[in-house]
Structures are given as structure tokens and as C-alpha cells.
Design a protein around this ligand. Structure first.
Ligand SMILES: *Cc1c(COP(=O)(O)O)cnc(C)c1O
Length: 469
């Protein structure tokens, strides 16, 4: 053991106390901390051959990087769809690191971490009021969840032609239909060898919608002449949080042969609110569902899960089977997560989720979701009454998509957004919607309150005033 390792291990208590104090200070200061940083970083000093030890390394981190860490888990970071971190999720995340289990085997030899994973999945099914007909597991994010689900869909498609794509490779052009897929589904098609250019685009519905026009979907299905296909549908598009009509899709499914995937990365959380869960009516009939945890569940990054119907378990194993040992018996025997996921070794991602769900319950999440929706409604109200701004789309749930008023001001949108973000008080991200430059503000952080909206709208008003004059 080197001297630094020995010394660090001997002082573990005091090192961890220092980290805890720093962490509590940081998390407590989130509401006031800047959400924007310009990366001006001092040069890395010549690394010491024998290392610095943890205390000195912490000092180095604190001088070089800490001041530039942005409050992305704070209440006014509205960029992308960026969740915060509940106290319980941080507890679970720290312990996942401390216990450092390698989550694989559920029953039989080994540790019990996969049991925690299965418990967390069943808590999630309960949160979303989904039936226990789904099998689930954790991956790094919704991108990998889409990849996993579409990987199983690919195997299903092969089976429709009596082929085994996992073993023999893809030998057909695979029909994939979608209207407004998230970029990560398109990326998954590229990674899966299905081809990102091979999506058959379904028209969006009339009236400023991103959801698919189900009549057009039906026409395109008929054009396939009975050939199978994969449908990628959306529960919450990123620009305007639009939902495909799952009831209509479920009806089409009665007469047509397709794999139905739903990307519900954050829109799935509508299920937590009695007022909004109608948006998801019939979603439980899908073959696979993607949901992110590091967005609206407010757990630290590196967390999402997939759900695939139990009846497709064999296809899932065929897709992700790790060893040559034939594992095609009863999937409940000798269960091993590494035969169901892209990754082999993984951290215990279920633990932060398990902690936060046990700590705050369904009521807690109902409150978080309804609060986010309320906050987006307050921003919407401000925009509607302000002559400086206009909405680009109706606010359907938790995201406000807007721009500066008047087409003549389009060139100044980027300037406005850059100036707004540089205040460090609020962070939003740019978009283009229906050929107009726009701005998105997504609300998924458990901390955001009315006072934040007051601060945000004051800065928006002031900066737009300066830029538009
Ligand atoms: C965020 C998001 C993704 C990608 O999620 P990551 O967690 O960044 O991998 C996929 N689909 C939708 C609808 C999203 O909002």
C-alpha cells in the first residue's frame, strides 16, 4: 500500500466529513448559485509522481473547478430537461458508490443488488400505475433505454421473417414509423444498424401539433401491405410536450402487426397526476417504454429504465445474451441482468431510485409533478401578457416554448438568450420550432417555486427591454 492510500484510509472519517460539509454547503447554496460559467481554468500543475493524497486533491479541485460548477440541479436551471436531486436520492447514490456492488444476479449465487433493482422497478410500476406485465432494468439514460427497447424490437422484427438478427445480422430493411422521434431514438437506429435515415415519417396532426396524425399513420400502415413494422411513439416531445394518441394506436394494434415503443422519458410522469394521466391512456398496451429517472424523478445523473413486456423476455435475452452458454430456459431461473442489458458490469443504479421512492412516496411525486406544471403555467401567463414575448406552442405540461414577439425580432433571439443565460440567474436552451428560432424552458426540478418565477420573469423582461430597444 502506498503512503497516500494508507494515510487516506486512516483518515477516512475526517475526509468524508470534509466532503459531507462541502456537499451540504453546495446543495444549500443551489438557489443562489450561478447557472452559467465561462470555463476559464488555471493550468493543471505538473502531476506529482507519488500523487497528492485526497485532501490536497480536494483542494486542487476546489481551486480549479469548484467555482465553475453550475447549479444545474438548482431551481432555475431550465435547460434541456434537467432534473434536480432529492436528498434521499443523494443518500442512495452515495451509498451505491460506497457499497459498490456489481448488479447482475438476482437469484442464485452472488449478491442481492439485483433484488434491489427488481424492487425499484416494481415501485416504479406502482408510481406510474402500470401493470406488473412489464420487465424492467436500469441503464444510463433514456438514450440507452431507447436503444435497449429498439434492440428487442429489432429481434422481434427478425422473428416475423423467421430470422435471428442477433445471431446472423440484419438482412432486411426494417420498417420503422414515427412522427416526431427524439434524436436519441434516431441515434439508436444508427447504433442498431437499422439506419437513422430509414424512418418512414408519419405526418403530424393538424393545429400546431407534434403528435402523429393517426389517419396518416393508418394510411402508411396500409401502404406496407401487411408487412410488420416498428412504431416509435412519443409521450412528451421535447419542444412542445405533445403526446401521440395512444388510444388510437392501441386500436390500430388490434388489426396490424407492429412493435409499439413509447419514448416517455419525462412525459411518463403525467401518470403521477390525476389531472394529467389521461394523456397516457392505453400506454400500458405498448411493447416497450422508456422512462428517464435523472429528469423528473430528480435522482442524480446516470439513471433511466426500460420496460419490456414480460412475454418478450426471450427476445430480450436473444438480443443481449452475454455468454455462449445457452440461456434460453425459464428466464426466472438463474436470472442474470447481464443477459438483458447492453452493459455487463454496472453500478447499483437502482439504489437512488429506491431511496427517493421510499422516502417521498407517490404523494411526494404527485406534488413534484403538479408543482412543475404549475410553474410552467406561471411562466406561460407572463409570456402571454407581455408584449415582448410570444408562445410558439400551447403549454401542454411542463415546458414553455416561446420566442421574442414579431418575426422581425427573430435575429435577436440568440442574443437575448445568451444575455439571459449570462446573468447566471436562469438557464434555458435554444430550439427551432416550425422554422422559427425559439427558446425552451423545462420545469422538472423539485425546488422551483413562485419566487424563482418572479426572478426569471424580471430578468427576461429587463433583458428583452434592453435588446429590443
Ligand atoms: C431526454 C430525452 C431522451 C434522452 O435522454 P438521456 O437521458 O439524455 O439519454 C430521450 N427521449 C426524450 C423524449 C427525452 O426527453
Amino acid at each position: 500500500m502506498t503512503p497516500h492510500l494508507k494515510q487516506d484510509f486512516g483518515q477516512l472519517q475526517s475526509l468524508l466529513n470534509d466532503i459531507t460539509n462541502q456537499a451540504a454547503g453546495y446543495l444549500g447554496s443551489l438557489p443562489g448559485r450561478s447557472v452559467f460559467a465561462i470555463p476559464e481554468i488555471a493550468d493543471l500543475p505538473e502531476p506529482a509522481e507519488e500523487g497528492l493524497g485526497t485532501a490536497k486533491t480536494l483542494e486542487l479541485f476546489n481551486t480549479r473547478f469548484e467555482p465553475l460548477m453550475v447549479a444545474s440541479s438548482g431551481p432555475r436551471y431550465l435547460g434541456f430537461v434537467t432534473g434536480g436531486t432529492t436528498p434521499a436520492s443523494i443518500a442512495g447514490d452515495w451509498l451505491a458508490t460506497v457499497y459498490d456492488q456489481n448488479t447482475q444476479v438476482s437469484r442464485g449465487e452472488g449478491d442481492i443488488s439485483a433484488v434491489i433493482e427488481e424492487e425499484a422497478i416494481s415501485l416504479l410500476l406502482d408510481l406510474f400505475e402500470l401493470p406488473a406485465e412489464f420487465f424492467g432494468g436500469f441503464v444510463t439514460g433514456a438514450t440507452m433505454s431507447n436503444f435497449t427497447c429498439l434492440g428487442v424490437a429489432r429481434q422481434w422484427y427478425g422473428k416475423q421473417q423467421e430470422k435471428d438478427y442477433a445471431k446472423d445480422g440484419i438482412t432486411d430493411r426494417v420498417n420503422v414509423l414515427s412522427a416526431t422521434p427524439h434524436s436519441s431514438s434516431v441515434k439508436s437506429l444508427a447504433m442498431l444498424g437499422l439506419g437513422s435515415r430509414n424512418i418512414i415519417r408519419v405526418n403530424t396532426a393538424d393545429g400546431n401539433r407534434e403528435a402523429m396524425d393517426t389517419e396518416d399513420l393508418e394510411r402508411r400502415i396500409r401502404a406496407l401491405n401487411g408487412a410488420p413494422f416498428i412504431l416509435i411513439s412519443s409521450a412528451g416531445t421535447v419542444n412542445t410536450v405533445d403526446f401521440d394518441n395512444f388510444k388510437a394506436i392501441a386500436r390500430l394494434r388490434e388489426n396490424h402487426n407492429f412493435w409499439w415503443h413509447i419514448d416517455a422519458a419525462f412525459g411518463g410522469f403525467a401518470a403521477c397526476s390525476p389531472q394529467h394521466k389521461h394523456l397516457l391512456e392505453d400506454w400500458e398496451k405498448a411493447d416497450s417504454i422508456t422512462i428517464d429517472c435523472h429528469k423528473w424523478l430528480n435522482v442524480p445523473y446516470d439513471s433511466a429504465f426500460f420496460l419490456v413486456r414480460e412475454e418478450h423476455k426471450r427476445l430480450q435475452v436473444e438480443t443481449f445474451q452475454n455468454s455462449d452458454a445457452p440461456y434460453l430456459g425459464d428466464p426466472s431461473e438463474n436470472f442474470n441482468y447481464l443477459n438483458f442489458l447492453p452493459e455487463n458490469s454496472r453500478r447499483l443504479r437502482a439504489l437512488p431510485v429506491w431511496f427517493t421512492l421510499m422516502a417521498y412516496g407517490k404523494k411526494g411525486y404527485r406534488h413534484i409533478v403538479e408543482n412543475s406544471v404549475k410553474m410552467s403555467g406561471l411562466l406561460e401567463e407572463f409570456i402571454v401578457q407581455s408584449p415582448k414575448f410570444e408562445l410558439l406552442a400551447p403549454v401542454r405540461l411542463n415546458t414553455v416554448c416561446f420566442t421574442l414577439s414579431g418575426t422581425e425580432n427573430q435575429e435577436t433571439v440568440s442574443r437575448f438568450l445568451s444575455a439571459l443565460n449570462r446573468t447566471g440567474k436562469v438557464f434555458m436552451t435554444p430550439t427551432v420550432y416550425r422554422d422559427r428560432k425559439g427558446i425552451r424552458a423545462a420545469f422538472v426540478n423539485w425546488m422551483t417555486d413562485e419566487n424563482d418565477i418572479r426572478i426569471i420573469t424580471e430578468y427576461m423582461d429587463r433583458i428583452a427591454g434592453e435588446i429590443l430597444q
